[in-house]
Design a protein around this ligand. Sequence first.
Ligand code: SIN
Ligand code: FE
Length: 297
Amino acid sequence: MTTPLNLIRTQPYTEWAPDVTPEVRADLRRQLEQGAVLYFPNLNFRFQPGEERFLDARWSDGKSKNINLRADDRAVRGAVGSEQDLADLYALIRRYADASETLIHTLFPEYVTHMTRAGTSLRPSEIAGRPVSWRKDDTRLHVDSFPSNPMLGKRLLRVFHNIDPAAPRVWRVGEPFADFAARFVPKTHGMWPGQAWLMKQLHITKRARSEYDHRMLQLHDLAKADLDYQKTVPQQEFHFPPGATWIVFSDQLLHAAMRGRAMMEQTIYLDPAAISDHTHSPEAVLARMLGKPMLAA
Ligand code: SIN
Ligand code: FE
């Protein structure tokens, strides 16, 4: 038996730069920072003529999970096609990056000076039944954390869009971060002296990992490895219909993607100074539980 949970907050907006009052903005920010999903069922991202052809796994190079674009780059990664196809793919993915950024700027003007555009991806392959190792299996509930890319406390804000015309994107979302942390933090350990330095020297990480990153990565792995937790944790399944957009802090919200054919996603790195309510942020929760700041060198 699982406890009913509702983390989905439905929003009426149909534009990427919606007209919202300061009161509404403050309320949206509070909900997002508490770990909810801001869900915009009618915020559609429209294809331009000819772009529908990219709704097909054949554009993927077969090596990378996604087709993606790094901020400030013009080269689409993970895709195969003619020069024209790749230029058209770039235009599509870039337009999504711009639309997502406009949405965040409009809803959260306080974030503007603290945010950095990171990668944008098009994920044109069915999720269900993909053969991946348990650690990479995003059909298991997890919080996002990357082995080689320490965030040093920067938050992961993501704007997702179901671009498939027919199939829903089916997610599970789970219990609040503090409950998740209460269960697994006692099973995590700190770094040994010199470990962060050594991992950077060996290029295992791009920069020295903080204890925050070290613990978050263990939380990611512990959740995915525990099949009993996956089944019994309070959770809800939600179907994001075609044309829906949703925003989450994916380092905070426990999530899993179960089914779906085509999605676009924008990642934004947010300086923790931008967060108005730190009570629920992963760094604050871990610092409280472990009785020390998580971001000291
Ligand atoms: C994830 O962030 O875990 C995957 C999201 C998705 O592919 O829908
Ligand atoms: Fe994820």
